[in-house]
Ligand binder design. Structure first.
Ligand code: PEP
Ligand code: MG
Length: 763
């Protein structure tokens, strides 16, 4: 028997090349040795199995160039010396296009670039494949031969699968070499911009919501059995999609249906099935086949800028992920990670408020979603949990893997994926700075929010979950100015019954420790859909069957809630406000229903509050023309500026393209707010503001300038707003506001910022 070098492959004629390579790669990774020697072994081994005279690994550097990191066959002196510029030569072209380059006569190809130091002039044929991971180009794996060799599809497939495994090992740090590691980290670092949903900064590690399964086994021990596994997974996938399409609820929902139809089309695509089969027949596991086919398709799509095709690619990625979950034996609803890191940065294509609450809030550091807008309810929940969150972070899911390090900067709207050490240290400083600022605000906790000229401003918090209530104590706020009762409904999978509602209100009241709470009657609809109530899709849900419109049609819903609130506030005071009131007549109907219900409970001698105050939210501009009629009916008014602004400007608050197009700090909305406040004064009815604008220092300063003395905001905003108030002279800002409105100031924000700077207001 001939003796073999220990790192030489055992080649048996019948064993597919890929399987041999995979087996050997596993061994190499398990062996001791530094990163460079591992890369050297990989190229030597791949060259041997693929019967190539040359095998090289080029890794991408920060400037986009490709550096030769390891080679078998080329001049060893060229390693770490040869660098190809972006798009230079066939290797550069492979990286640029993200697809294999297969050239039997490479030297006569117009893109060929001759590098004398490598000694490659004697090699005629070349096969280069990109080393891709999570859509990121890490480098290029190349084989070359003297002969004019026509590399087969099998060769291409084998080299691509090898590149995939190499990529995983590079990222997992298995090829640990100080220099290689540093280069790899640089090529992997990415920054994605998004819209701020909830402010703050977070450092942590990625958990993918409905995560992609990470393939760890690449070669199949029994290809025949593997083919069976693949076939049964395809059948299961198709059946699951058919079932989803048949569901009555989805059948009426156009968007979902379109997506599912597209998935079904892909799932029945013969080309896809054929490519999967071929990959398994070449020795890959079914899982690795799915990943490999997906990567190839992604690489092709990288070249296609057409948004339609990019969207189709996203569908295809999702479908592949579903398939991987089936292969891993996980149900598609099983989305929670078994072991969530203590510093979880949750990354999702889309996320509902209920889903977010499925995660352990103690371990959640931040959230990044590909859709979502600042006014959506997942943003509300993120704020309630006090975690920074970004929305509209396009492509983020494809750019990360579970466990990757990530930093969310929800001050500038950026997420840093796999950040470099200097970025991490800069952010650690930022976090420390914020902690100091929080400490400063914390020190103001028990200081009353009084302006320099002695005007007391009532600062309340907005809440909606029991979680929020601890912020009341922490922030030192005066009470809860808006308790969004629908959140309990949104986080529950079925309609909460009377006693369950009452119990949760009791918990909230108890947690408030005697501070007042303004409950808001159910505000469902618009951006707050409940799957168990909204069976019919509306064209314009924000203008649709929502909030009080729904409650007046489904009186049982409102009655049940009223009874639950009466029970929970028995013997005390109930403050309740009605959302989305559009006419005074609507308020009359609500009042009748409220009085009738309370009368009934009292007559029956059942527990009920001693005092009640019934208010209206001011969110619909039609009320501007019925102010006196409205104020005659109510005990208080709270301005919901989020909705009021969307209706005043006709700009959908959930549509990022238009949501921030109009500034609330401009003449029209400020005049509207002033009119409401003046009407309140005429009728001696308090008017407060509880939309997002109350939580931003400059906006809050403008509100005080208009005359508001009670505002309600997200708990995290209380410290900054209080600090602003303590440095403000209320009569000065009132005069300034009067002047700016009278002159119809065109750039109100700039003018107010200038005022704040000159007057030394902390903003
Ligand atoms: C508002 O519209 O301003 C408001 C406070 O209510 P929500 O954001 O819950 O619609
Ligand atoms: Mg509203």
């Amino acid at each position: 028997m001939q003796s073999r070098r220990s790192d030489e492959p055992e080649i048996s004629a019948s064993e597919p090349a890929l399987r041999i390579i995979m087996r050997r790669l596993r061994q190499i990774m398990a062996e001791a040795g530094d990163g460079q020697s591992r890369l050297d072994k990989i190229v030597r081994h791949v060259a041997g199995v693929m019967v190539a005279e040359v095998c090289s690994i080029y890794l991408k550097r920060r400037d986009g160039s490709l550096e030769l990191f390891a080679t078998e066959g080329l001049n060893p002196a060229a390693v770490h010396t040869t660098r190809l510029k972006r798009n230079e030569g066939l290797v550069g072209r492979c990286a640029e296009l993200g697809t294999p380059v297969n050239e039997p006569d490479a030297q006569h190809h117009p893109a060929f670039s001759y590098r004398p130091e490598t000694g490659e002039e004697i090699y005629h044929s070349l096969l280069a494949v990109p080393i891709l991971r999570s859509g990121q180009m890490l480098g290029v794996l190349v084989i070359q031969n003297h002969a004019f060799r026509e590399y087969s599809d099998d060769d291409v497939e084998t080299l691509q699968a090898t590149a995939m495994v190499v990529a995983e090992h590079l990222v997992s740090g298995a090829v640990a070499n100080a220099e290689a590691d540093a280069e790899i980290s640089r090529s992997l670092a990415a920054t994605i911009s998004g819209e701020i949903l909830s402010e703050g900064i977070a450092l942590g590690h990625v958990v993918l919501h409905e995560p992609r399964i990470v393939v760890t086994k690449f070669t199949a021990d029994d290809p025949v059995a593997e083919l069976k596994r693949l076939e049964s997974a395809i059948t299961e996938l198709r059946a699951a999609l058919d079932e989803m399409l048949e569901q009555e609820q989805l059948a009426t929902d156009g968007d979902h249906r379109d997506v599912l139809e597209a998935y079904r089309m892909f799932a029945h695509d013969r080309g896809w099935e054929r490519r999967l089969r071929e990959a398994v027949q070449s020795g890959l596991t079914a899982d690795a086949a799915v990943e490999s086919v997906k990567n190839r398709s992604r690489a092709r799509m990288l070249r296609n800028a057409d948004p339609y095709w990019q969207e189709r690619q996203r569908d295809f990625d999702d479908l592949s992920d579903r398939m991987l979950r089936i292969l891993a034996g996980r149900s598609s609803s099983e989305h929670l990670p078994a072991d969530m890191p203590a510093d979880t940065i949750l990354i999702a294509r889309t996320m509902g408020p209920a889903e977010l609450l499925d995660y352990d809030p103690k371990k959640l550091r931040g959230l990044v979603v590909e859709d979502g807008s600042a006014q959506s309810h997942v943003a509300v929940v993120a704020k309630a949990l006090g975690i920074p969150a970004l929305g509209q972070a396009e492509g983020v899911v494809e750019h990360v893997g579970p466990g990757d390090a990530a930093i969310i900067d929800a001050e500038t709207g950026e997420v840093y994926l796999r950040p470099l050490p200097d970025v991490i240290s800069a952010f650690s400083d930022k976090v420390r700075f914020r902690a100091r600022r929080q400490k400063k605000y914390g020190a103001l906790r028990d200081v009353p929010a009084t302006t320099k000229d002695g005007q007391r401003v009532e600062l309340n918090i907005n809440a909606g979950l029991v979680y929020d209530m601890e912020h009341l104590e922490e922030s030192g706020a005066d009470g809860v100015g808006l308790f969004r009762t629908e959140l309990q409904f949104m986080v529950s999978r079925t309609l909460p019954r009377l006693e369950r509602q009452a119990q949760s209100y009791r918990q909230v009241i108890e947690a408030a420790g005697g501070k007042p709470i303004v409950f808001r009657a159910l505000d469902i609809g618009g951006d707050k859909m409940l799957p168990y109530l909204h069976k019919v899709k509306e064209e314009n849900p924000a203008l649709g069957w929502r909030a009080i419109r729904m409650s007046l049609d489904r009186k049982a819903l409102l009655r049940t809630q009223l009874r639950a609130l009466f029970r929970a506030t028995a013997g005390g005071e109930l403050r309740l406000m009605i959302p989305m009131v559009s006419t005074a007549a609507e308020m009359v109907r609500v009042k009748e229903l409220f009085d009738a219900e309370l009368g009934l409970i009292r007559r029956k001698g059942m527990p009920c509050p001693e005092r009640v105050r019934l208010g209206a939210m001011f969110e619909v501009p039609s009320l501007l023309f019925e102010l006196d009629d409205l104020f005659r009916l109510v005990d208080f008014v709270s301005i919901g500026s989020n909705d009021l602004m969307q209706f005043l400007f006709a700009a959908d608050r959930t549509n990022a393209k238009v949501a921030s197009r109009y500034d609330v700090l401009s003449v029209a909305p400020l005049r509207a707010l002033r009119q409401v406040l003046q009407a309140g004064r005429r009728h001696n009815v308090p008017v407060t503001v509880c939309g997002e604008i109350a939580g931003r220092p400059v906006e809050a300063m403008a509100l005080i300038g208009l005359g508001f003395r009670s505002i309600s905001m997200a708990p995290a905003a209380v410290g900054a707003v209080k600090s602003m108030i303590l440095s403000l002279d209320a009569s000065e800002i009132e005069r300034e506001m009067e002047r700016l409105l009278a002159q119809g100031e065109k750039d109100m924000r700039r003018a107010l910022l200038r005022f704040a700077r000159h007057a030394g207001v902390d903003h």
